[in-house]
Structures are given as C-alpha cells and as structure tokens.
Design a protein around this ligand. Structure first.
Ligand code: NAP
Length: 256
C-alpha cells in the first residue's frame, strides 16, 4: 500500500508543483481546490498515477468537515496533509470588505486548523512507511512580522507558523512530521488575487517549482520550518533582530 497525500490549492501555483513532487515520490494523491477543470487537467497530466479530484470551496464555514467526510466516503486514508490553499488581500484594513477578509481567515486559518484536526487522527493511526507521514502547512515570510496593507493576511500566516510549531512539540516522538513552509514572494497568481501586483514584493520572486521543492524536501527531512531562498532566510532572521515596530515599517514600505 502506498501512502496518500491530500493537497489543498493544487489547481495552480505552489500546490500544483507539490502535486507533481508528491506523485513522483510515490504518494497517491487527493487534490483539492475550487477549479475542478484545473484539477482534472492536473489529474490527466499525472497520467496513470492514482489521483482523486475533490472540488471544494474552503472559504465556506464547515468545509473542512465536508471535505473530510468526502474522503471517508471514498474509503480513502490520508497519511500526508498539505495545507497549501490560501490567499492574500492588499489594502487598508478598514477599507477592504469585511466579508472578503472573513473568507481569507476561513481559508488560511480555519480550514487549515480544522483539516489538521480531522486528518491528524487518521495520520496518527496510519502505519509508518519508508516515506514520512504528517502535515505540511504553508505559511509565508509574512509570518515573521506585522504587515500593514495586508494586516489580516500577515496575521493569518503568523497563526499558521505558531500553530504548526506548537504541534511539532505536541507530536514529538510519534513519527509524525509537522513542517511549515514559509515562502517569500513567489511567481504565482497570488499577487493578482491579492491585488498586489503594483507592490515592490513582485520585484524579486522565486518560481513555484523552486519553492515547492524546498518545502517538499524539508518535509521529507522532517524540518520544522523551511524558508526557501537565501534572501528570504536573511529577512526572516533580520525580523528577529529588529523591534516589531521597525519590521512593520519595512513591510509597509515593500507593500507599496
Ligand atoms: N505566491 C507568493 O508570493 C506566496 C508567498 C508566501 C506564501 N504563499 C502561500 O502559498 C500558498 C499557495 O499560494 P500560491 O502562491 O500558489 O497562489 P495561487 O497560485 O493563487 O494558488 C492558490 C491556490 O489556493 C486555492 N484556493 C484559493 N482559495 C480557495 C478556496 N476558497 N477554496 C479552495 N481552494 C482555494 C486556489 O485554487 P482555486 O482558485 O481553484 O480554488 C489555488 O490552487 C498560499 O497559502 C499562499 O498564502 C504564497
């Protein structure tokens, strides 16, 4: 029996690259996003590899439970959960529509937390394979400082990092890997969705292939936190040295 990886946000960007990497490493796949057409296209690209497509809008309250139940109905077991789906919104907090920001929290925070809660029971019960089992959460370098003009997004990613690092300690010695990938700016649809194409963030991006590979290899090695790219690593390190008020000013500068 081969282990199964469930990847959210697999219809494009970093999640699409994760799907290719996990398939190549021998994991069966369950791929999730709203765009069913793109998921089916990915399934066809992975010709012959066992891939289950589950279209699901994770911004709906209760979506994680619905997704978990769909997986159970298909009689599938998940050994690796990749919580990758997420999005950002650029703008002044009080001027961005509250509903959009609530949806962002629903995807970036609630769905990620709830999916981890549901699937962790199965991951715990799953046998140990020669390839790891566990959870790979996608945060961001945004997790390391406050982010004016993307206040809720940065805060949501700080949550993902803090939550995941706590689980590392809770699950130490269980054979379950919990890794957090913290990408910096990456060349995906993220900036278009976030309406942040005008910001300085887009001036220096990594490719989604590079970023997913760093996260995937980090997960295989059991790394707690993976920050792809030397510049992003330096930025994350620097954020520990500066007062948070200074980090917030710097983040405000690049978000313009
Ligand atoms: N790109 C960057 O600069 C960057 C930097 C740091 C962290 N990240 C993080 O990396 C992760 C992947 O983003 P990306 O850069 O690859 O952006 P992307 O190309 O926009 O991909 C986002 C993925 O999330 C899915 N998604 C969005 N809303 C969803 C919803 N309501 N329900 C289900 N799926 C949803 C999208 O699929 P559908 O639209 O088909 O639903 C898509 O597959 C996110 O968590 C993001 O915060 C990105």
């Amino acid at each position: 029996m081969k282990p199964t990886a469930l990847i959210t946000g697999a219809s494009g960007g970093i999640g699409y690259e994760f799907a290719h990497l996990f398939a190549k490493a021998g994991y069966n796949l369950i791929i999730v996003a709203r765009s069913e057409d793109k998921l089916i296209q990915l399934q066809e690209e992975l010709d012959g590899h066992p891939v289950t497509v589950i279209p699901q809008d994770l911004s709906e309250p209760g979506a994680a439970e619905v997704l978990y139940n769909k997986v159970k109905e298909l009689d599938l077991t998940v050994e690796v959960l990749v919580n990758n789906a997420g999005f950002g919104l650029n703008g002044q907090f009080d001027e961005l529509p509250l509903l959009d920001q609530q949806k962002m929290l629903q995807v970036n925070v609630n769905a990620l937390t709830e999916l981890t809660h549901y699937f962790l029971q199965d991951i715990k019960a799953a046998p140990l394979y020669d390839i790891p089992k566990g959870v790979l959460n996608v945060a961001s370098t945004a997790a390391f400082q406050p982010g004016p003009k993307m206040a809720v997004y940065y805060a949501s990613k700080a949550y993902v990092l803090s939550f995941s690092e706590a689980l590392v300690e809770e699950l130490r010695g269980t054979g379950i890997t919990i890794s957090t990938l913290c990408p910096g700016a990456t060349d995906t649809n993220f900036f278009k969705t976030a309406q942040a194409e005008h910001t300085k963030l887009v001036n220096s991006t990594m490719s989604p292939k590079q970023v997913a590979k760093a996260g995937f290899l980090g997960f295989l090695k059991g790394k707690r936190v993976v920050i792809p790219g030397a510049a992003n690593q330096s930025m994350a390190y620097a954020s520990k040295l500066f007062p948070r008020s200074v980090s917030a000013k710097l983040a405000h500068y690049v978000d313009r």
